[in-house]
Design a protein around this ligand. Structure first.
Ligand code: 13P
Length: 340
């Protein structure tokens, strides 16, 4: 865990202190009002967390929400780097995360010191960095991207400027194919999207020849080449809702299917399979760390709380602001607003 997270002191409430039978949803609602808090949730969160959030979105929409909110407190239900982004963009707000251990394999695969050395190997390159990284790596980058704006942002970079892309090599390779640009790729990947099996996907397609495949660009090309649609979580959601098809194979973290089933109850959504065809490999263990109990406790305890040293925050803010500026053409989604 990085030192950007302040943990609850030993005197704070723990899960053992929660009275059995406490109506957690009602209590979270009461605390949310009392503290003027907004609850933001990523599509990879458990359905019950998505349902109580004020706003559910992909990484870009959630960043925009965090930057624009007038709440005093942001409870970020996702993984730690998302909470860091909220704090970098909204330093005056209290940013709480339900579980300080909710990390990301892409963030782990790109340590700041290694990234600093990598950049030194490519001194003329623009560093285009996926938002799934630490605040320290952001501070060493020129522009941050998400899966919904990476292609648009790379297309805006001068054609004669060489580019390095970190830390997701599959998203980087996808962007390289889409833009025709040559990118130097950091060798990181997401443990969830890496596990989908091309062989099992083909078998599933044979059993459901009518199904459309929607995939996230964090998937390897062996999966993407079978996809009818490739996009960010929100973009995949928009695709299935706008499509005339009835059956879909979803090659990303499976909890997004919750939104799909809510919005299109008559359609069938199948999670893309892993190597043994039946594993639960489309479920992110980091995202799964967040629970209703922990959301309640973080509002009660005011922790775990994101705190970022100001010099680091200011450096990490620059490439994030560049991202927001360069993604004006990517519209905000209205698809998954709850109360906010
Ligand atoms: P998006 O929601 O931006 O598609 O990103 C998915 C992801 O990697 C979250 O960690």
């Amino acid at each position: 865990m990085t030192d950007t997270v302040v943990l609850p002191p030993a005197s704070c409430l723990t899960e053992a202190d929660i009275a059995p039978g406490l109506d957690l949803v009602a209590e979270i609602g009461r605390l949310r009002k009392e503290r003027n808090a907004v609850i933001l949730a990523h599509y990879y969160q458990d359905g019950e967390i998505q349902d109580l959030a004020d706003f559910v979105g992909d990484s870009l929409d959630l960043s925009r929400k965090a930057a624009a909110t007038d709440a005093d407190v942001i409870v970020f239900c996702g993984v730690r780097f998302m909470g860091e982004v909220a704090k970098i963009l909204s330093p005056g707000k209290t940013v709480l995360i339900p579980d300080a251990e909710a990390g990301c394999s892409l963030e782990d695969a790109c340590q700041p010191e290694d990234f600093r050395r990598y950049r030194q190997r490519f001194p003329d390159h623009v560093a285009v960095t996926y938002i799934n990284c630490s605040a320290e790596v952001k501070a060493l980058s020129d522009v941050i991207v998400t899966s919904s704006n990476a292609e648009a942002i790379v297309n805006q970079l001068p054609a004669d400027k060489p580019i390095l892309f970190a830390p997701d090599r599959h998203l980087g390779a996808y962007v390289a194919r889409k833009t025709g640009r040559e990118l130097a790729l950091w060798p990181g990947s997401c443990i969830i999207h890496e596990q989908f099996s091309e062989r099992e996907l083909i078998k599933l397609k044979v059993r459901h020849p009518e199904a459309k495949v929607a995939a996230h660009p964090e998937c390897p090309d062996g999966i993407l080449k079978h996809a009818d649609h490739v996009g960010s979580t929100r973009n995949i959601l928009d695709f299935v809702l706008g499509s005339a098809a009835d059956t879909f194979i979803i090659a990303t973290e499976k909890h997004i299917i919750h939104q799909m089933e809510k919005a299109a109850p008559g359609k069938t959504f199948l999670a893309a399979p892993g190597a043994d065809g039946g594993c639960d490999c489309a479920s992110c263990p980091f995202m799964a760390k967040n629970t209703l109990e922990k959301i309640y406790l973080c509002l009660r305890n005011d922790a775990p709380r994101i705190e970022i040293p100001e010099d680091l925050r200011v450096e990490a803010l620059k490439p994030l602001e560049r991202m927001l500026e360069m993604s004006r053409s990517v519209p905000m989604s209205g698809a998954s607003r709850n109360a906010a």
